[in-house]
Design a protein around this ligand. Structure first.
Ligand SMILES: [Zn+2]
Length: 1008
């Protein structure tokens, strides 16, 4: 037979586009439309409903950036439509861009009850079926004119549109047709048949019979369509397709569990307040779709987003609760938000699960076993233990498919964290969290699946995400046709837990991946928006102290514990760890508000801490040092207060022969040359030099930084090819006990204060940068005379190692990575730590001298960037950082100094001689990460500890009087007793613990 394949395929495309799809709505009648634009921010629904409107015609521009307009839509169903299915089709001025990145709306009845959301792929509202004619429509639409940030369709261009204060007033949208229309379901179904078959056909081998059978059926169907009367002939065309649509899938077909989804970024290219509305629009659409489609299921993550619906849209909330109770709207993920997982500290990462799971339990009685993080930018090696300790055991993400260098070898596997905890993990091979049920996507999932031969199933999150939207009825229609179709993977709507149950059951011995799931992309999210990072770190540290001192003051002085305040502040900190806020990838508006919020929370937490400490200290003249760190400091026990017993203070700089200055405390001798560079940091007790020969530490380096795309997210490997050392010094002198160094470069200025405290081997470096560069990357470099094949960087509840070499593409790709408070490198018996109080990004490289093969290791902290998208003014202004170089440091020293740098000392004068700690641990390797009162407000003491050095540890935990230690229990992160835990060994007010490397434990001790 002659090969007319391309002819038929082209015919299908044109007839679908120009004849069949337009025939879905054969009859239309215009609606009357009026508009009122709110002058400022969004108004309450009642105000929008009551506002005086003026007529607006199709083709009229409306909507300044970030504005809210209320449309009034009225009309009457023509009498001659009696018996038909009628919908309103409401085009707010939608553009070809995907949903969530442009205007959107929510339709209300006159009484203020929401009907459903509107977006460019879901702009219909169905009237009751069938109509009798004469029905009247009286609706209001709350429409958001959110701007599209892509300038003329080009992504990543600097734009003022990302903040309402700079976005101007120019209208963003042109009103499209708003009308009533008769919906021809048969034509719509024909379109769905043809789309599914056409898309499947395109994926099938050209030399296979199935492709040709579909092609011939499509040809016959198109012959059956009367192009002058599609509506009367659509059924005849469908009849021609019934045979090929009924052919069942082959037994080995890949099995896809589809789950309706809308990955909604809690803030990104829109502010937080807009996400509140995005979530309401999507949730109302999804509850409507669940009512219309009995087999469809929808999963939504992020307890915060549920809480927004509850607080702001009670009627949508009622529909969501009903659908959740029916098991079809599924709260998934058990986290407060889909946070970043690289940067949140130990406790914060734990509290993401505590607050998320608790919300789902309290509101729905549901406990999710799946961590759901489809879009997060890499996964820290500390996370598996936290997932497990929260009572979950599975993880879903697709993000690692975004890696640009290496292909991850598995789609279903066990992920093992630093402590040995293993989590059953699935990466959907569809490589998207926005599956649209397209033939190309389904075929990709099947062919891409790396567990073929040992497993058969994958999950496909299906629906428009990022800016919201969710699943459409077209996606549901396509899924129905793909349920059991020859040539395709099979598709079935399933809850995530159902998929995981089946995937686990069929895969007895999945492969194991040990250590972090590093995303080979978006590495600059560890640095962009430095003040957001500092705000997060400082809030985490202040929350630690607030809980500790409030608990101590409650037990010792009867001060009411601030449960409600801490709950609210925690949730706010957790919200800001969302994977576009803490990573610095949101618009200017989001980061401007984040800075304000962190400042406000900081003040509030300082107030809680000061109040508790004052209650403990009383009024008097005894100088007390409050030690909130987990280790003894200045002779003061961890978690206690007493007069400082250590040497205190810092050494005075003295001039160096031949220029420069020296800081020498008898343990460490630091030489700073005339350029303000640290040319020597000599460990006097070990007799070792920390600085690499001929090099200098505390060296600021500036690199051009213009990635190929994703400006706030990415730093590309070529940034290292060029750059300069900032060695020109404006002034060098002494300020108190510090060496003061001032430099000017570009449009910027930096002042550093270097000091060496008495009694410890540590060089403190305080850096203040007034930063006005564009598209530059600022690093602080420490070349160290240490031969290290690997380095340790702190992560949640421990640390993880990464190689310093670049033997394979896997190591090469990790040229910028995350650490928390310290990076540590060592040779047997001697090491160096670099600690920080606010930076996360860093790189560690090695170099070898040609002459003598001496090998050195350079640790560089990433201080600042200046990308121009999506915030054109990213990082402009004043920033402060504290770093410390700790020669001779063991891992234990690094842990201790990391806490110290992040927990500034609190001193006050009081009446008491000392405040004894509530909790004392006799082993430094076992670190207290939280001391607090139980969240159930019953007064029990909760203590979380972990083994921090990576070894085994035995510790005795002493607890203050007033607690019944022999009734202490081990709990999960939600403070619920562990059912299978071994009995604790408790006596005389102490609990004995034996910990595995990096093991975390939560102790709950009842009040007497
Ligand atoms: Zn996202």
């Amino acid at each position: 037979m002659h090969d007319d394949r391309q002819l038929v395929e082209a015919r299908l495309e044109r007839v679908l586009r120009e004849r069949i799809r337009p025939a879905v709505y054969p009859l239309t009648a215009p609606l009357d439309v009026e508009i009122w634009s709110a002058p400022g921010e969004p108004v309450p629904v009642a105000e929008g409903l009551a506002a005086a409107t003026r007529p607006i015609a199709e083709g009229t521009q409306w909507g300044r950036p970030w504005g809210t307009s209320w449309f009034k839509v009225t009309g009457t169903v023509p009498a001659e439509w009696a018996g038909a299915t009628v919908e309103a089709v409401l085009d707010l001025g939608f553009t070809p861009r995907t949903p969530g990145f442009q205007c959107e709306g929510l339709v209300y009845r006159p009484d203020g009850s929401p009907i459903k959301g509107l977006h460019p792929r879901n702009s219909h509202v169905r009237l009751g079926f069938p109509v009798v004619g004469g029905e009247e429509v009286h609706w209001r639409i709350e429409a958001a004119s959110n701007p599209d940030l892509d300038t003329n369709g080009v992504p990543f261009q600097p734009t003022p549109l990302g903040d309402r204060t700079t976005a101007g007033d120019a209208p963003q949208y042109t009103l499209g047709p708003m009308r009533l229309a008769v919906f021809d379901e048969t034509v719509w179904n024909l379109a769905m048949d043809l789309e599914v078959l056409g898309e499947l056909m395109a994926e099938l081998p050209v030399d296979g019979a199935r492709r040709w059978e579909i092609l011939r059926a499509v040809g016959r169907a198109l012959d059956a369509v009367d192009l002058q009367d599609v509506n009367s002939t659509a059924q005849a065309a469908r009849d021609e397709l019934a045979g090929v649509l009924a052919a069942p899938a082959v037994p080995t077909a890949h099995r896809i569990s589809a789950v309706g989804h809308a990955h909604i970024d809690s803030a990104w290219l829109w502010p937080l307040r807009e996400t509140v509305r995005k979530v309401a629009r999507t949730a109302s659409n999804m509850t409507a779709l669940l009512e219309a489609e009995p087999e469809f299921v929808f999963a939504m993550s992020q307890a915060q987003q549920f809480a927004w619906i509850k607080d702001h849209r009670p009627e949508v909330w009622a529909r969501v609760k009903k659908a959740v109770a029916a098991g079809r709207f599924i709260p998934v993920g058990g986290m407060w938000v889909e946070s970043d997982t690289n940067m949140p500290g130990s406790e914060a990462m734990a509290r993401q699960f505590v607050h998320g799971k608790r919300f789902f339990l309290e509101e729905f009685g549901i406990e999710s076993e799946e961590a759901w993080l489809p879009d997060t930018f890499g996964f820290a090696a500390g996370l598996p233990q936290i997932i497990k300790a929260a009572g979950a055991r599975r993880l879903l993400t697709q993000k690692i498919s975004w890696s640009r260098t290496n292909r991850f070898p598995h789609h279903t596997f066990l992920w093992e964290g630093i402590d040995g905890s293993r989590i059953f993990t699935h990466f959907p091979p569809v490589d998207s969290y926005n599956c649209e049920m397209k033939g190309r996507q389904i075929a990709h999932a099947a062919s891409n699946f790396k567990e073929k031969g040992v497993a058969t199933r994958s999950l496909a999150p299906t629906g428009y995400g990022d800016g919201g939207g969710g699943t459409t009825r077209e996606m549901v229609a396509k899924a129905a046709r793909l349920r059991n179709l020859e040539g395709s993977a099979t598709v079935q709507w399933e809850a995530p837990a159902t998929f995981f149950d089946k995937a686990e059951a069929e895969y007895a011995n999945p492969p194991v991946w040990v250590g972090e799931l590093y995303l080979e992309l978006h590495r600059a999210t560890l640095t962009s928006q430095a003040q957001t990072k500092r705000g997060n770190r400082r809030s985490e540290s202040l929350l630690r102290e607030a809980e500790l001192w409030a608990a101590t003051a409650s037990v010792r002085a009867g001060v009411p514990y601030p449960y409600a305040e801490l709950d609210r502040i925690w949730k706010t900190v957790l919200l800001h760890q969302f994977h576009d806020i803490l990573p610095g990838s949101s618009i200017a508006w989001v980061h401007r508000e984040a800075r304000e919020t962190y400042a406000r929370m900081g003040e509030e937490l300082e107030g809680i801490i000061a109040g508790a400490q004052r209650a403990l200290a009383g009024e008097g003249s005894v100088e007390l040092l409050f030690n909130g760190a987990p280790h003894t400091r200045g002779g003061v026990s961890a978690g206690g207060a007493a007069p400082e017993a250590g040497p205190g203070g810092a050494v005075t700089p003295v001039p160096h022969e031949g220029g420069g200055l020296v800081l020498d405390n008898g343990l460490l001798r630091v030489e700073i040359d005339n350029r303000g560079l640290v040319v020597s940091a000599y460990d006097l007790t070990a007799g070792r030099e920390a600085v690499a020969p001929g090099q200098a530490a505390n060296l600021l380096q500036l690199h051009p930084d213009f990635p190929n795309q994703w400006d706030a997210w990415d730093v590309d490997a070529f940034y290292r090819n060029t750059g300069r050392d900032l060695v020109e010094v404006e002034s060098l002198g002494v300020e108190g006990t510090s060496v003061r160094i001032e430099r000017v470069f570009g449009e910027s200025r930096v002042v550093q204060l270097l000091s060496v405290p008495n009694g410890v081997k540590r060089l403190d470096i305080d850096t203040e940068v007034d930063w006005h560069e564009r598209e530059q990357f600022l690093k602080l470099s420490f070349p160290l005379d240490v031969k290290a094949d690997r380095y340790a960087s702190e992560t949640q509840f421990g640390h993880a190692y990464r190689p310093t070499h670049q033997n394979t593409s896997w190591e090469w790709a990790k040229f910028e990575a995350c650490n928390h408070r310290f990076v540590h490198v060592d040779e047997p018996g001697w090491g160096v730590a670099v600690v920080n109080d606010a930076t996360y990004g860093h790189d560690v490289t090695r170099s070898v001298r040609v002459a003598d093969a001496g090998t050195t290791t350079t640790v560089r902290a990433s201080l600042l960037r200046a990308p121009r998208y999506p915030d054109p003014e990213t990082d402009q202004g004043v920033h402060r950082f504290r770093h410390a170089l700790v020669p001779g440091a063991t891992i234990a020293d690094a842990v201790r100094e990391g806490y110290r740098a992040n927990l500034p000392e609190h001193r006050l004068t009081g009446a008491v001689a000392a405040v004894a700690p509530l909790v004392t641990v006799d082993e430094d390797a076992v670190v207290v990460s939280a001391v607090k009162l139980a969240d159930d407000r019953g007064g029990d003491l909760v203590v979380r500890l972990y083994e921090a050095n990576g070894g085994r540890a035995h510790a005795t935990v002493s607890v203050a009087d007033g607690f019944v230690v022999d009734r202490a229990v081990l709990t999960d992160l939600l403070e619920r007793p562990l059912v299978d835990a071994e009995a604790l060994s408790a006596e005389d007010g102490t609990v004995s613990l034996d910990l595995r490397p990096f093991q975390l434990v939560t102790l709950r001790i009842p009040r007497a």
